[in-house]
Write a new protein. Structure first.
Lengths: 303, 334
């Protein structure tokens, strides 16, 4: 992302436009006080809207009773961390954590390893069938879950893979693999072709070029692809809900739903669990989000 | 756009040599491209096994009357053979113009289109507005950016439950509305308000992605274009219309396409917000899920048929969209 910032003013004071473009006194760099206040006001409003549901969830997680969300005023006086200790000690939280990590990391690993060479091939080589292949990669990204969920369920149950981690990993790979290939292609496109050519001149095979030169250079791209498949597998709801039956094998997305059943709604515990899940993932997200966007849009525009 | 040069070998893909017999050409093509095929082989195999085979199997299922009562299953130690039979295109005919097809398909179809159009329009316009605000020299804009990105950073299945608490009958939103002496709608029960709530939550979740992408696009517009426009006496609106919007074209086309696909397929928000309680607020994806897994007996064939119809709609849309985008260019991007 370039650092040139276009300064846009919300109506600037008319200054003779003779000033040289680089001078600090140029017109568009200035803003009237009113424009600045309006901008700040809008941004503060938007930030509050973005922040509120999450702050509210954190606040409710501190209330000891399951109906406290209905009279939130009472929580101030009896704030407690009991929900958290209960969730960590009495529920299947760590089982869920374990299965979520197994499934997400498994998907990530398989997705990135399989997709890497393909991303390179579609970035550098034009082979017969190239366009069709790219079209297939794009199409698989728009598969609604409804297309694959029924046949996958049938196939996995005939293979006895329902309610196993391997089954869920395989299902997630059907979206993660083409996605990673697409994303990595976008990243490989940014690595100069001259590096390949240098490698070729020095007598490396295309595979040698890829493994010895390009792959080490592409580490940030690989990290983004890995992170993205991790996040998608982590947050997936539909497949996990259908395919995981044993409540010790639930992923977080399913486990969190299980707090609200027909008989009982332990909303305080649910809020606490939600907060516990959200903190590490969001922290991690902030570390890589900038690369994430670049990767996403680059892969799409440079067909 | 597409550079037709094989950069790994440095040969032009047009350099095929003299045209010879088909056999020779195939052999030649194989010798020239075998490493490309070897490199895409892993993904091709995975796609074949994990996507194309299930897709073909699903297509076959839509031509049968499979439900959870007549498919092969194991109960205890007994293995029961599948007894469903081939019924041709009856499922599709039934969905599209069978009795009560309006309630079962067309009403959901219309709602899905409305949902997708409204959500993407809201995502894009709010995202663009915030991106424009953040693109100014403003004190604390990094701080604003970090906060505004939060709905994207927290997993959706977590935030949806936060919204559920807020939208509940005596939740914070209705309490606030009552304090202001405004009507407090039944967000999670009444159909209109369910739809309203779903769009609201999805907008809240989807804006940050648009905002960040469009901000990246804005920052890559050459600032000398604005200077030139100003010299020519363009008003602020004209600058926006003739410099900013064209400058965002390539980013916009991608994020809008992604946004349409994601919103059309958005499962988690509606499913987690309403569960099985809101038949009228289900978009096609969640409705297909409900047919296949949310009821007894599970209607696998119909659910799969909905899936195929959905995929068809998306593919048709995407081809038209890409053709429309590339209308000025000689060669299609893909």
């Amino acid at each position: 992302m370039s650092t040139t910032t276009v300064q846009q003013s919300a109506g600037g004071a008319p200054v003779p436009a003779i000033a040289p473009a680089s001078a600090p006194a140029r017109r568009r760099g200035r803003r009237s006080a009113a424009g600045s206040i309006v901008s700040h006001g809008l941004l503060i409003l938007a930030s509050l809207i973005a922040l509120f549901p999450i702050v509210w969830l954190v606040y409710l997680s501190l209330g000891p009773d399951k109906d406290d969300y209905l009279h939130p005023g009472g929580i101030w006086s009896k704030m407690t961390l009991d929900n958290y200790s209960f969730v960590l000690q009495e529920t299947a939280f760590f089982h869920w954590l374990q299965s979520t990590l197994i499934v997400s990391l498994g998907t990530t690993l398989v997705g990135v390893v399989i997709a890497a060479t393909t991303g390179y091939a579609v970035s550098r080589m034009r082979f017969p069938g190239y366009k069709k292949f790219m079209w297939v990669l794009l199409c698989t990204q728009m598969f609604p879950i409804a297309v694959l969920i029924v046949p996958m369920y049938q196939i996995l149950s005939s293979l006895q893979l329902v309610d196993t981690y391997l089954g869920l990993i395989l299902v997630y790979c059907s979206t993660a693999v083409p996605y990673c290939a697409w994303l990595l292609k976008g990243y490989f496109d940014t690595i100069p072709f001259e590096i390949d050519e240098a490698g070729r001149v020095d007598g490396l095979t295309p595979f040698g070029t890829f493994f010895r030169l390009i792959l080490p250079l592409a580490r940030p791209g690989l990290a983004v692809a890995a992170f993205y498949s991790f996040i998608t597998a982590f947050g997936e709801v539909a497949f996990a809900t259908v395919f995981m039956l044993d409540d010790e094998k639930y992923t977080f997305a399913v486990g969190l739903q299980s707090f609200i059943s027909e008989h009982d709604a332990q909303r305080n515990l649910m809020a606490a669990t939600a907060v516990l899940i959200a903190i590490p993932v969001s922290a991690f997200f902030y570390l890589v989000q900038k690369n994430l966007v670049t990767g996403l849009t680059a892969g799409g525009t440079k067909g | 756009m597409t550079v037709a040069i094989d950069r790994a070998t440095g040969k032009r893909s047009g350099d095929r040599g003299p045209r010879s017999g088909l056999g020779r050409r195939l052999k030649h093509s194989y010798q020239k491209h075998w490493y490309a095929y070897a490199m895409i082989a892993p993904v091709a195999v995975v796609l074949g096994v994990l996507v194309l085979y299930p897709l073909a199997y699903g297509l076959y299922l839509t031509l049968t009357d499979a439900t959870s009562l007549n498919t092969a299953r194991t109960i205890g130690v007994n293995e029961i053979e599948a007894t469903y039979k081939f019924i041709g295109f009856d499922n599709y005919a039934d969905i599209l113009w069978g009795e009560t097809s309006y309630d079962r398909f067309w009403s959901h179809f219309i709602w899905t289109i409305v949902w997708t159009a409204l959500c993407v329009a809201l995502h894009y316009s709010i995202g663009l507005g915030l991106a424009l605000l953040l693109n100014q020299k403003l004190r604390g804009r990094t701080f604003y950016r970090l906060i505004l990105i939060l709905p994207w950073a927290v997993p959706t299945f977590v935030t949806v439950f936060g919204w559920r608490f807020m939208l509940a009958d005596s939740g914070i939103i209705n309490s606030a509305l009552e304090t202001l002496h405004l009507p407090s709608p039944a967000w999670l029960e009444d159909t209109f308000w369910q739809r309203f709530a779903a769009i609201m939550v999805n907008t809240w979740c989807g804006v940050p992605f648009m905002m960040v992408s469009l901000l990246g696009g804005l920052q890559s517009i050459d600032s000398s274009l604005y200077e030139a426009a100003e010299m020519d006496g363009a008003s602020r609106w004209q600058q926006f219309r003739y410099v900013t919007l064209p400058g965002l074209r390539s980013v916009s086309s991608t994020v809008v396409l992604l946004g349409v696909i994601w919103t059309f397929n958005q499962f988690a928000i509606i499913f987690l917000l309403f569960g099985n309680t809101a038949p009228d607020a289900q978009i096609l994806v969640t409705w297909a899920y409900q047919l296949g897994f949310g009821q007894q007996p599970r209607d696998f064939a119909q659910s799969a048929a909905y899936g195929i119809l959905l995929l068809g709609i998306l593919i048709v849309f995407t081809s038209f969209y890409r053709r429309w985008l590339n209308r000025d260019e000689q060669q299609l991007a893909i």
